[in-house]
Design a protein around this ligand. Structure first.
Ligand code: FES
Length: 140
């Protein structure tokens, strides 16, 4: 029950604000420490605000041997941020995981829930640029 409610909270806010954990605790009648434990246990939950776009890079073994470290390096340089952080413009957050369950298609990245297989540094750069261009188009 707690994970599902926290998932709903994250979908609503983009992350799990501290004060909502108190509300969840009260509404479900469970200790706040239990809600906090669940929120901290699952890597899918973010306890700080995320960027508008979430870029998840797989660093698992199958992706690693196919160059995921170079893709990560490209992502961090292109976005000028760090793993677990959000760009200063609030557009992108970057996170790494150990497997996305699509090992045969590696290296794999997920951008806003969409899987991109056989990723390369240049393909990632194009992907990020396409998102930026789309954002510019929406603003104009
Ligand atoms: S190791 Fe990357 S998808 Fe499994």
């Amino acid at each position: 029950m707690i994970p599902q409610v926290l998932l709903d909270v994250q979908q609503a806010f983009g992350y799990i604000p501290q004060e909502t954990m108190t509300t969840v605790s009260t509404e479900l009648g469970v200790p706040l420490i239990e809600v906090s434990r669940v929120a901290h246990f699952y890597k899918a939950f973010s306890l700080k605000p995320r960027g508008k776009h979430l870029l998840t890079l797989c660093m698992g073994t199958a992706c690693h041997v196919r160059g995921s470290d170079l893709i990560l390096e490209e992502a961090l340089v292109e976005l000028d941020t760090e793993v677990g952080e959000t760009t200063t413009d609030g557009e992108f957050s970057v996170e790494c995981v150990n497997c996305l369950g699509a090992c045969a298609l590696g290296p794999v990245v997920v951008l806003d829930g969409t899987y991109h297989d056989h990723m390369t540094p240049s393909k990632l750069k194009e992907l990020i640029e396409s998102v930026r261009e789309a954002e510019k188009g929406e603003r104009n």
